[in-house]
Design a protein around this ligand. Structure first.
Ligand SMILES: Nc1ncnc2c1ncn2[C@@H]1O[C@H](COP(=O)(O)OP(=O)(O)OP(=O)(O)O)[C@@H](O)[C@H]1O
Ligand SMILES: [Mg+2]
Length: 404
């Protein structure tokens, strides 16, 4: 399942409600929008939060719960209702399904059984239209070496995508120690990734959005932590969770990766629908691209997700020809971004994106083209079927002995 499903839960029993909540919070594919301890309040909760899925626990009062399911399925048809119970009595199951529940979940339920039930419900209930409307594109921007233009590309791509009012775009700065996306956007954020990670278990979508800084272009920024010590609190699991939350709230998530290819970077790469690998046409960069692509071959579907973007094309000194570069890499170059040092320095020093600072410059045009090409390819991927991101088993982890 490539999309994050928003879930609301009602269960008057504290113990089962807490254990269901704990399971939802542990899954990357769901986002717990609300939980409620009273059946009579649940219709209002669903009306206000309009989740994809409503889970009704039956056991505190099965008759009241079944009446509630009947009412919800007529009054709030956009939300698929699932029933949960320890009781496996055939009559109870029949009544629940007749009331309109899409699935009967037998408690206690494993993560796998719950994920399978969700998978069935999304396929039957929402079809491709609904999942298309909720899908989120995650574009990770990687670099072949330091200073190659990763942040310039990430920030300006984000601003171009945010220009389209149909999009909502977030930029996550994963260059944990030295990231400077906030400088490019001339912003002094109140909160950072460290705050979001710290509060991940009790964040809702509104709170998450309030933790981000909105730039005048419409782009939302989640910057790297302020102090180096705070980077220790960030783990691959917490990053997976934060990416899941951001996917639930935005149509596009751009991730500016560090150049360390750490477990955290690789987690983001795994979650991405596209990976833009920025390089320049010099020997050290191209050697690194070849090495990286070889390592990427070890990971399922990663090679197909990677697109090579040549930055500073046209720069004379020490450059290898594009033809020779393509031969060396043995693959196509997805896009070329021209060399324009003066404009790029102005953009960076003024903290103003290309679309504002130099709307007619060749480099701005090239970033726009890159954005439309990425949109085209991701539509093709979605049209061909869903892109399954398997966050559970990572082959990449074998490069970090000792990591579970
Ligand atoms: N197309 C371009 N033409 C000329 N200069 C560029 C271009 N793109 C980026 N630069 C310049 O290259 C420098 C490095 O850019 P940027 O910070 O985006 O790279 P980076 O890969 O994010 O670096 P780091 O490894 O430090 O994170 C900046 O001074 C930027 O202005
Ligand atoms: Mg950078």
């Amino acid at each position: 399942m490539s999309n994050v499903l928003r879930i609301a839960l009602v269960d008057p029993n504290d113990a089962t409600r807490e254990s269901l909540k704990a399971m939802f919070l542990g899954l990357n594919t769901v986002w717990l929008e609300a939980d409620c301890s009273r059946y009579e309040f649940f219709p209002d909760v669903l009306e206000q939060t309009t989740p994809d899925i409503g889970v009704v626990s039956l056991d505190s009062n099965p008759d009241q719960a079944i009446d509630l399911i009947e009412r919800l399925t007529t009054e709030i048809p956009g939300t698929a209702i699932l029933a949960a119970s320890r009781d496996t009595d055939g009559q109870l199951i029949l009544k629940t399904i007749r009331a309109g529940a899409k699935e009967f979940l037998t408690l206690p339920i494993s993560d796998e059984d719950f994920s399978e039930a969700l998978h069935r419900v999304t396929h039957q209930n929402f079809g491709s239209m609904k999942s298309g409307a909720r899908s989120s594109k995650v574009i990770a921007i990687a670099g072949a070496t330091g200073g190659v233009g990763t942040t310039s590309t990430a920030v300006n791509l984000g601003c171009v995508l945010a220009e389209n009012t149909l999009n909502s775009v977030a930029l996550l700065d994963l260059d944990l120690a030295l990231g400077d996306a906030d400088v490019f956007l001339d912003s002094i954020p109140e909160y950072t990734l460290a705050d979001v990670v710290q509060n991940a278990s009790r964040l809702d979508i509104q709170l998450l959005k309030r933790s981000l800084t909105k730039h005048s272009s419409g782009l939302y920024l989640l910057p790297r932590p302020i102090e180096l010590q705070e980077t220790n609190t960030i783990t691959a699991d917490s990053i997976r969770k934060v990416i899941g939350l951001l996917k639930a709230s935005f149509t596009h998530l751009i991730i500016d990766l560090s150049k360390t290819y750490s477990l955290i970077d690789m987690t983001a790469i795994e979650s991405a629908s596209k990976v833009v690998l920025v390089t320049q046409l010099d020997l050290p960069c191209l050697r690194n691209v070849v090495r990286l692509m070889m390592s990427f071959e070890e990971m399922d579907d990663l090679n197909e997700k990677v697109e090579i973007v040549v930055n500073r094309a046209g720069l004379d000194s020490g450059q290898i020809s594009l033809k020779k570069a393509k031969e060396t890499l043995g693959r196509e170059v997805f896009a070329l971004l021209p060399n324009d040092y003066r404009t790029m320095i102005e953009v960076r020093n003024n903290g103003v994106p290309l679309i504002v600072q130099a709307p007619r410059a060749g480099i701005t045009h090239a970033i726009r083209e890159l954005a439309s090409k990425l949109e085209e390819t991701s539509q093709r991927i979605e049209g061909n079927g869903e892109l399954v991101v398997n966050a559970g088993k990572s082959k990449w982890k074998k490069f970090w002995p000792g990591t579970k």
